[in-house]
Design a protein around this ligand. Structure first.
Ligand code: ATP
Ligand code: MG
Length: 175
């Protein structure tokens, strides 16, 4: 059962493509083992992604997307901050409850790098989590203090990407 497992802190960072898809691959694998999985996406929930559409068909998967705020408003950043804080509050509760053996915090690094949620608050939660819970965090420029507590760190290095030739993001491949 899940309580026999020793959870890990996994960080997928770097500029290359593959961070979110690696975390979702981990979620896929864990669900195959009947582990509880939660995914929290710390990106504005305006755009539908392929993973979000598919998650709606998977009742066993807990899938949360950060609220989007109203971009027409001049104090957009404070709305983003509040949306990030709200998403973090939900993520924190999921991690501490221990009902999900795998919790993915997708694009959390942006929230940390903007200072919307302090890194030490996140690290304190990671330290306090039930032993069996694995937390996978994605996003570019993972802060050093987060890397310091990680068990697994994988840096995606971009060697080539169609974006460099001006190609647009492709549905089903990039989002
Ligand atoms: P993916 O979701 O495909 O695994 P990612 O999570 O590693 O990518 P992010 O940094 O979250 O990438 O960037 C989000 C978007 O940018 C995605 O649409 C992704 O395909 C695209 N992208 C990823 N790597 C690159 C790159 N090296 N150059 C340009 N665009 C990229
Ligand atoms: Mg990503």
């Amino acid at each position: 059962m899940t309580s026999d497992l020793e959870g890990q802190i996994i960080v997928y960072t770097g500029n290359g493509k593959g961070k979110t898809t690696a975390a979702l691959g981990l979620a896929w694998r864990a669900m195959g083992r009947d582990l509880g999985v939660a995914v929290v996406q710390f990106i504005k929930g305006k755009w539908k992604t392929g993973e979000r559409i598919f998650a709606e068909r998977l009742p066993a998967l807990t899938f949360l997307v950060m609220g989007r705020g109203f971009t027409w408003d001049s104090d957009d950043l404070s709305r983003d901050r509040r949306a990030a804080e709200a998403a973090w509050t939900e993520a924190r509760a999921l991690i501490l409850a221990g009902q999900h053996a795998v919790v993915v915090l997708d694009e959390l690094t942006y929230v940390l790098n903007y200072g919307f949620v302090p890194s030490d608050v996140v690290i304190e939660t990671l330290r306090a989590r039930p032993r069996h819970v694995t937390v996978a965090i994605t996003g570019r420029n993972a802060p050093d203090e987060l890397l310091a507590v990680a068990d697994v760190i994988t840096e995606m290095r971009s060697v080539r990407h169609p974006f460099e030739k001006g190609k647009k993001a492709v549905p089903g491949i990039d989002y």
